[in-house]
Design a protein around this ligand. Structure first.
Ligand SMILES: [Zn+2]
Length: 261
């Protein structure tokens, strides 16, 4: 048995017994780990309530030597040193929805024991900006994170060219121009190939361009804010793509539809 120390984000805490919880962490060095937090439910817990989702900190845990037989057995959380509970996110509903969605997406995209440091860094950067950034950039921060997270997971949408025939996409078309997006096909479709995806729908070319810009900038700043109409179209594309890729609807879209960020 080895003791390991790593930077981590709390993803989920599940009550396990009268006194213990199983906590999911997304760690920078070891991917997702599920650890037994003994005593976490006691009134005088060694973890002092810090194990709720959406906290960044440093964990110390015991790593077992895995054999096929005990592959599913739980490892033990020894210490959690919370460094940032993102109070800025918790103060405001629009920020909280988006921060919670980052965590929800990490739960889906992270893989047990598989390090994805670029996804971890992108998540920490996004949470930091959701906590401290201006309100008008929140949607762009989230979209930039989603695109980075999809890339790190190996399934990003194709936005520049038709996924079927490689015909050039929305570049250079005038305002108000529409393009076809196929969530099952995995991206842009030219008008000849729109039938290749039974769920293909039309979106303003501007929305696909906004996605391409947000996906390419390492640290988008000036171009971060975009209007609510464009946000709606961009979300329609991403929500459909992600729901198809994960095989399930996530919770954020329905909350964002109600808020006024
Ligand atoms: Zn085509």
């Amino acid at each position: 048995m080895t003791i390991l120390k790593t930077d981590a984000l709390t993803l989920r805490a599940i009550d396990y017994s009268e006194t213990s919880q199983i906590v999911w962490f997304f760690t920078r060095d070891h991917g997702r780990v599920h650890l037994m937090a003994k005593g976490a439910r006691r009134a005088r817990s060694p973890f002092e309530g810090a194990l709720e989702p959406l906290v960044r900190g440093e964990i110390l845990f015991y790593r077992k030597r895995r054999t096929a037989k005990d592959e599913d057995s739980l490892e033990i959380l020894k210490e959690f040193d919370p460094r940032d509970a993102f109070p800025g996110i918790r103060r405001d509903l629009a920020r909280l929805y988006r921060g919670t969605y980052v965590i929800e997406l990490l739960r889906e995209l992270s893989i047990p024991d598989e390090p994805m440091p670029e996804l971890f860094d992108a998540a920490c950067l996004a949470l930091d900006r959701l906590a401290r950034g201006e309100k008008r950039v929140l949607d762009a921060v989230l979209v930039a994170f989603e695109l980075r997270a999809l890339r790190a997971s190996g399934f990003e949408p194709s936005l520049g060219r038709c996924v079927e025939c490689d015909a050039p996409g929305p570049e250079g078309r005038g305002p108000g121009a529409l393009a076809w997006f196929g969530p099952i096909a995995g991206g842009l479709l030219c008008s000849e190939h729109k039938g290749a995806d039974s769920r293909a729908f039309q979106v303003p070319c501007e929305a696909l361009r906004a996605l391409a810009v947000l996906g390419s900038d390492e640290r988008p700043r000036a171009r971060l804010a975009f209007g609510s109409e464009l946000v709606r179209e961009v979300r329609r594309v991403l929500d459909a793509f992600i729901a198809h890729g994960l095989g399930k609807e996530l919770k954020l879209p329905r909350y964002v539809a109600q808020d006024d960020a």
